[in-house]
Design a binder for this molecule. Structure first.
Ligand SMILES: Cc1cc2nc3c(=O)[nH]c(=O)nc-3n(C[C@H](O)[C@H](O)[C@H](O)COP(=O)(O)OP(=O)(O)OC[C@H]3O[C@@H](n4cnc5c(N)ncnc54)[C@H](O)[C@@H]3O)c2cc1C
Length: 372
């Protein structure tokens, strides 16, 4: 019996499906921005059910549930196209791993209730794939850090209340040994956040820091010690943000499109849809492999990178297939498959590019080249 067929897992899936009936109008998976208020209502509703803290320890207000149930939750939410996983859940995992007692008491209750939201402040104009070269400085001045620099491409930064900032607390040139993680209020004096429109009609954001003061108590984990925490946080992101439910829904929508343009039933179309359906099942197996490693306490770096690259390249392949079959009809503004295509283009970049994912697999999985 597959793990997904276990009665406990199926019962939970049905519970999630029934909860999602109340959110059928949300449809914020492909574009969060315009619906942000309703998205935060949705996250608060998840919080009331304890679903933003499903796998957390009971001592932290969680349910201590299996990672598999958390996967099923986000798998169904992705299939329903309700909304993407809020990034506060990724922040929470790092606070659970490395936060002080005071930080756990301060941040975890608000995160698990869906009351506060975070954007991830990692990338910079000259530091994306090579994060260790980032230049945003956090200089220690007594009980504060003074932050100066620039971040770019932050998802949701124009909507959320906090930024999870990776900054250099060490000397310039200290690369991965001089970085720290700080929590910054998005309305802090000296922080300016501007939208960067994206080709799917949504926006990413750039964040400029000029003498922003951040209390030292807002540093999570050791000073200069963020690199290992980041590796774990990125693996979390490359798993929880990419459940197979999204791909199942993409394929269903392309199939509906094929029907709408009268191509359903043609042998070549049937064969190709069958091939894509097999690849979606493969994507699910890769995602479940990460879950299994999480449940057995193993390192998920390689499996999560494989999940991310396979999932995002498949979402592009499914969307491109609609182009091949639909031609100009796909380009009609507002056509659903056009949305899929536009968004699938950037999926292979955010959270680490496909090239970088392959590099992680080669280095850490196959032992090729030096560790980075
Ligand atoms: C939709 C979206 C959402 C994002 N959300 C966030 C966010 O919330 N927070 C955040 O901080 N950032 C975010 N980003 C930024 C994202 O993490 C970076 O764009 C990404 O890491 C790539 O960095 P870069 O854009 O600087 O490209 P570069 O690192 O300059 O890469 C340019 C090209 O070179 C290739 N390349 C680079 N290094 C190597 C290498 N060593 N080997 C082989 N090829 C290489 C890359 O694969 C890419 O094709 C987001 C980006 C997108 C598109």
């Amino acid at each position: 019996m597959s793990a997904l067929d276990q009665p406990e897992v199926q019962a939970f899936r049905r519970e999630v499906q029934s909860f999602l009936l109340d959110w059928e109008d949300l449809d914020a998976y492909l574009r969060h921005g315009p619906r942000w208020e309703r998205v935060t209502d949705f996250f608060a509703a998840l919080g009331r059910r304890g679903w933003l803290a499903l796998s957390w320890p009971e001592a932290e207000g969680g349910r201590a549930a299996r990672a598999l149930l958390e996967y099923v939750l986000w798998d169904e939410i992705a299939y329903a196209r309700a909304a993407r996983n809020p990034l506060c859940t990724i922040v929470a995992r790092t606070i659970l791993r490395a936060g002080s007692d005071a930080q756990r008491s301060e941040w975890l209750p608000a995160i698990r209730a869906g009351r506060i939201h975070f954007a991830l402040g990692y990338s910079e104009p000259e530091a994306g794939s090579d994060l260790a070269s980032l230049r945003t400085m956090a200089r220690r001045e007594g009980a504060f850090y003074r932050v100066d620099g620039q971040k770019c491409w932050q998802s949701y930064a124009g909507h959320v209340d906090h930024l999870w900032l990776l900054a250099r607390t060490g000397e310039p040139g200290s690369r991965g040994t001089g970085l720290s993680l700080l929590i910054v209020d998005t309305d802090a004096p000296g922080l300016t956040i501007r939208p960067l429109p994206t080709l799917d009609g949504d926006a990413l954001y750039e964040c400029h820091f000029e003498g922003v003061q951040v209390p030292v108590t807002r540093r999570v984990g050791p000073e200069h010690g963020a690199w290992q925490l980041m590796a774990e946080a990125l693996a979390d992101e490359r798993h929880i943000q990419f459940p197979a439910g999204r791909l199942r829904r993409d394929l269903d929508e392309v199939q509906a499109f094929v029907r709408s343009i009268g191509l359903e039933g043609r042998d070549a179309v049937t064969e190709r849809l069958g091939e894509l359906a097999v690849r979606v099942l493969e994507a699910e197996l890769l995602a479940l492999r990460v879950v299994e490693q999480m449940e057995t306490g193993r390192d998920t770096t390689v499996a999560a990178a494989a999940n991310k690259v396979f999932h995002t390249e498949l979402s592009q392949e499914i969307a491109r297939q609609a182009f091949e079959w639909g031609g100009a009809d796909v380009l009609v503004d507002g056509a659903r498959v056009q949305d899929l295509w536009r968004q699938s283009l950037w999926e292979t970049i955010g959270g680490g590019t496909s090239e970088v994912m392959r590099s992680v697999i080669a280095r850490h999985g196959l032992g090729l080249g030096g560790a980075r």
